[in-house]
Design a binder for this molecule. Structure first.
Ligand SMILES: Cc1cc2nc3c(=O)[nH]c(=O)nc-3n(C[C@H](O)[C@H](O)[C@H](O)COP(=O)(O)O)c2cc1C
Length: 279
């Protein structure tokens, strides 16, 4: 993995930087005012539950290895589907941010991913674990899992909104993308496109590029928005007080048993070589 951050913020692939990459610390503040607009469409869609999250920090969501939900297909075309995934890994912090995901041809989601070239990785909190397991024990071929398990698909927001360009709700073509996974039990949503499918035939391994990331606004924001320190509940978003709550991830042990986030051990002062990742 590439641990070094490009000091010039250039990722070298010619693509424009998402603002949450180029200026990650400002993006959340922009959102506070945007959320304050009280857009009722946004509230009804469920997007108001989430704030933008800096793309180059999604490793803080995935490095712990939580069990994930994967949304694929198109919300607008009603081909959206959801599955459970335990096999995934961070590949590269940024330039661009890359994640590896194993999604096999036995999953309907595999066909969706092949067709649209994009997906959303959602990090569920432990409160959702029963649903997460049930979602991974049936197929979208047989049931509408959104309906069956009462999971709310949120139309894809425009990832560029974090940049000050684009519309938070997204253009029609954005809304046709895989939806975010809504609900208070979702810690984060990570919007991805397929960067490299060369290893799919051999290993079912999709190399995904992260194009947008959204964090639950109730999440304890050690996760990157440092003007809101843990325990600081004085912030105001959307006219309401920030509620900080503990949202623990669940980690699959491979056989239907899980371990849940427990006590944090803070070793940051020993991370002498990697200070750049502690902002
Ligand atoms: C805890 C758990 C972890 C799973 N991990 C993966 C995985 O990493 N890759 C995969 O292809 N399937 C995995 N599955 C199985 C899929 O979630 C399952 O085949 C799913 O129901 C496919 O749904 P679909 O046919 O609607 O796409 C997992 C299931 C569970 C319960």
């Amino acid at each position: 993995m590439s641990r070094k951050r490009d000091p010039k913020n250039e990722r070298g692939d010619g693509l424009p930087l998402n603002a949450s990459e180029s200026d990650p610390d400002r993006a959340p503040k922009k959102f506070k005012s945007a959320l304050g607009s009280g857009d009722s469409d946004e509230q009804s869609s469920g997007l108001d539950q989430f704030l933008p999250y800096p793309i180059h920090k999604v490793n803080r969501l995935l490095e712990p290895g939580p069990v994930l939900l994967v949304a694929t297909g198109s919300f607008a075309n009603k081909t959206h589907n959801i599955m459970t995934m335990g096999f995934h890994m961070m590949i590269q912090h940024e330039g661009p941010t890359l994640v590896g995901a194993c999604i096999g041809p036995w999953d309907k989601s595999h066909g969706n991913l092949n067709k649209t070239g994009e997906c959303v990785l959602a990090v569920p909190a432990v409160e959702m674990l029963e649903k997460v397991v049930d979602i991974g024990n049936c197929s979208g071929e047989d049931v509408d899992k959104w309906e069956t398990f009462g999971v709310n698909p949120v139309p894809a927001p425009d990832p560029d909104f974090a940049n000050g360009s684009g519309d938070r709700k997204g253009a029609e073509e954005d809304r046709a993308r895989a939806p975010l996974v809504g609900g208070e039990g979702i810690i984060a949503n990570i919007q991805c496109v397929v960067e490299d499918g060369a290893l799919v035939a051999r290993y079912n391994l999709w190399v995904l590029r992260v194009i947008g990331a959204w964090i639950n606004k109730d999440m304890d924001l050690e996760y990157g928005q440092e003007d809101q320190t843990p325990g600081d509940d004085g912030g105001s978003i959307g006219g309401g007080k920030l509620r900080k709550r503990e949202m623990n991830m669940a980690h699959h042990r491979g056989d239907g048993r899980f371990v849940v986030d427990g006590q944090e051990v803070d070793m940051r002062d020993r991370m002498v070589k990697w200070k750049e990742f502690q902002d």
